[in-house]
Design a protein around this ligand. Sequence first.
Ligand code: AHM
Ligand code: MG
Length: 338
Amino acid sequence: MTSQLARVITIERFILDQEELIPEATGELSNLLYDIALAAKIINSHVRMAGLADIIGSAGLINVQGEVVQKLDEFANATMKHALLRTGRVCLIGSEEDVDPVPTPPGQAAGKYVVLYDPLDGSSNIDVNVSIGTIFSVHKRLSPDGGAGVLADCLQSGRDQVAAGYVLYGSSTMMVYTTGQGVHGFTYDPSIGEFLLSHPNITTPALGKYYSVNESYFPRWDARVQSLMKCYKGLDCGYEPKTSRYIGSLVADFHRNLIAGGVFCYPADSKSPLGKLRLLYECAPLAMLCEQAGGYASDGHGPILDIVPTELHQRSPLFVGSRDDVRLAEEMLAGPRP
Ligand code: AHM
Ligand code: MG
């Protein structure tokens, strides 16, 4: 028991240990990561009640605070905002659920970071009890310290992220993050209410065994994307065949491929010329994590991390995962960015 305890490292302890490796660190980023971990615990406790909450919601009941029971994605968004905007560490947040960036409330000091997030990705899967996730990206503001944050603070390339991560509400709940010093995973222990280090220094295989894509869009893809998918199946090009796995929940698909090796694809198609996924709070953070783990992320023509956004909710095609599999996508889709 003693030796088991001695090996337990909480996310708080780990973040602090990492901070000590950087002499100029002020501790603000560490505290911001704790804020996100706290929000994740709260969202997790509600996700675990999803079936029951749906019953309550459909009966039109009011909760003990006198509020109408919220849908989980709205709840997750409100929880993230609450955890981030009143700390003095953040000047602005950008959420998939809000049209415009949200500043700190009046009277609240604006901090030096911007957090972009998808509060509950894959939320169409909630009702059928499939894994979902929260994705986040952290930048330092570009505008002068002290004043209100501006849209330009959000519109930075993925290369400029200072931290990125996700929380996966799966068979267990995990938080995985990077600050540019490797990728580290923590599993939530509900009995003590802590994220514990379970996956230090995650690295992803250079060649994966899985490919993940929504195959029903095959008729909408152009011939180059169709050939790529045939190649992943081992047809017509001598490539080692891969096994297909597609949950339709980005965090869950990404996490499996990160650990086991594989490539996740959401290409452009005739209906969605830039794909479906959002650059700033879906593609870029997963790209940073993947590169930190030795993988690669591309829009099919170049690194996701090099794209300079012009809009908060900009979309991008995404090929992310094992390095050689993503390079193959770039080779087969070769040509300038559309
Ligand atoms: P959401 O942000 O509205 O939840 O949509 C994003 C989700 C991803 O989790 C997943 O990879 C993708 O949509 C699945 O899309 P599709 O149903 O087109 O395959
Ligand atoms: Mg999403």
